[in-house]
Design a protein around this ligand. Structure first.
Ligand SMILES: [Zn+2]
Length: 498
């Protein structure tokens, strides 16, 4: 029986965040060791769910030392990086030899010592297991993919949906490729192409536009046998690192030169379409005006705070939109969420039914989306913040937002959470007794992922700009470490002339 190592270590690092990602932060939610992992993921539509199914099908002996998926936040501490990667590399030493590896990584992790944390980890793993054993890696489509990642993995398989709802399918694709490689049927090698772009591909939106076009071209090549895998990554642009930006990686059998040609052609298209965007942001005043327009009985207006997206490293405690709603006396609003552990504790001390005044949000950095808001309201629900997510991005996996509260401020039900996280599942409301379909306005904090669960219940969806941490600001003063020249910071008449 082949011995296969699997692990999940995913972090999207927003290097502009002042929230450090240390080991305590990583252990806070979605963290499992060894035998806890099958209990948490077997039977779910997740990457690890698919991995366990594949191990059954292919008769693998599966080693699974760790699964860690902290919410996006600031730079990962060296200690945390060494501890988690050490668990994975330690499994090679203790339980090897290993015939193959199937990893689930994000691809945009930055640690104190390594801007390309995944590249560093994959290089160490490659050194440990030798040049022959195949290493297949699934990635988020917001990965900042590097040459070190392509060189040290046999194949990189990025998600093809945003909202990301195909982790299960991509993991199965990886498992099948790994099985063929372990049997010696193929020898996958991966090449990469990039352009001097800080962002592009409509930040990865897959509904229409250049990302959808390249994904469909890539799938056609996979089906015709022109490549084993074609992965398009939009990159994650809230990262002040040298290798930020979009990429195309192509995996071919035995290192055929055709791979690089395909990757370069695809990146030429990404370069030509770099300006394309489907994102339109409203001001707080515009979004508040829309929220006041709803009438009873209609489906809700869904307003997403794009710039305080916890899924991009936003603090989740920006108050600017909530302030606008309160001041306008908006009625029938369900608001998710203010991440504020201190306020939840005060609500718990006050108890359900208590009327009290709380200072909500704005505590991490008041310059990012508003000051703490002093609000008088009623504590109407308290929970431990744990529930099973059931929507398209939920996969049937447990979520843990820590102690959570509904605080009712006149016509606005404000959900307050302890563990930061963007709204991607209706259960983030319903687990607290809030049925979002029965409100005229539903406010969430998210750029795009909310759409999978919330578009079907919405009469209209709009995005609001509260000036929080994930604002799309690209200046040389912010991006001091990126390779130069790079678009849009520098004029680049011809990227091939560099
Ligand atoms: Zn992503």
């Amino acid at each position: 029986m082949p011995r296969v190592l699997t692990a999940r270590f995913m972090h999207e690092t927003n290097t502009f965040s002042r929230v450090p990602t240390d080991i305590a932060n990583i252990r806070r939610r979605d963290f499992h060791l060894e035998n806890e992992i099958p209990v948490a993921f077997r039977g779910t539509r997740s990457a690890l769910g698919a991995t366990f199914e594949a191990a059954d099908k292919f008769d693998w002996t599966l080693l699974h030392p760790v699964s860690a998926n902290p919410n996006p936040s600031g730079t990962v501490s060296d200690d945390a990086f060494e501890q988690i990667t050490g668990m994975i590399l330690g499994a090679v030493d203790a339980k090897g030899p290993i015939d193959g590896v199937l990893l689930h990584l994000h691809g945009a992790m930055v640690s104190e010592s390594h801007e390309d944390a995944e590249g560093e980890f994959l290089a160490r793993l490659r050194k440990r297991i030798g040049p022959e054993a195949p290493v297949v890696v699934t990635l988020d489509l917001h990965a900042n993919v590097t040459r070190a990642m392509a060189d040290n993995a046999s194949a990189l398989i990025a998600y093809r949906t945003y909202p990301h709802i195909d982790q299960y399918e991509r993991a199965w694709q990886g498992a099948e490729l790994l099985q063929r490689a372990m049997r010696g049927e193929i020898r996958p090698k991966t090449v990469i192409a990039r352009r001097p772009m800080l962002y592009g591909l409509d930040h990865g939106r897959t509904q229409q536009g250049p990302m959808a076009e390249l994904i469909s071209r890539g799938e056609a090549l996979e089906q015709s046998g022109g490549a084993l895998v074609v992965s398009i990554c939009a990159g994650f642009s809230r990262a002040n690192i040298r290798d930020v930006g979009p990429s195309v990686t192509v995996t071919v059998d035995g290192g055929s030169p055709q791979g690089q040609t395909i990757a370069e052609e695809f990146m030429d298209y990404a370069w030509a379409t770099r300006d394309f965007t489907t994102v339109k942001l409203l001001s707080v005043a515009e979004a508040v005006a829309l929220a006041r327009r709803g009438v009873p009985g209609e489906k809700p207006l869904v307003v997403a705070d794009y710039t305080d997206n916890p899924g991009g490293g936003g603090y989740g405690d920006a108050t600017a939109f909530l302030k606008g709603l309160v001041e306008a006396g908006a009625e029938s609003v369900a608001f998710h969420a203010i991440c504020d552990p201190e306020a939840v504790l005060q609500g718990m001390r006050a108890g359900i039914g208590a009327k009290t005044t709380l200072a909500l949000g704005g505590k991490t950095d008041p310059a990012m989306g508003g000051l703490p808001l002093a609000l008088h309201g009623e504590v109407v629900c308290l929970t431990n913040g744990r529930f099973i997510a059931y929507g398209p991005m939920g996969g049937g996996v447990e979520r843990n937002y820590g102690p959570s509260m509904v605080f009712r401020v006149d016509g606005i039900d404000v959900i307050v959470i302890t563990n930061n996280g963007q709204a991607t599942d209706l259960a983030q409301f319903t687990s607290l007794g809030v049925d979002p379909t029965r409100y005229r306005t539903v406010a969430v904090k998210s750029m795009q992922h909310f759409r999978a669960a919330f578009e079907p219940i919405a009469r209209e969806v709009v995005l609001v700009d509260t000036g929080a941490l994930c604002s799309e600001i690209y200046t040389p003063e912010l991006f001091t470490r990126v390779r130069r020249p790079i678009w849009p910071l520098d004029p680049i008449p011809d990227p091939h002339a560099l």
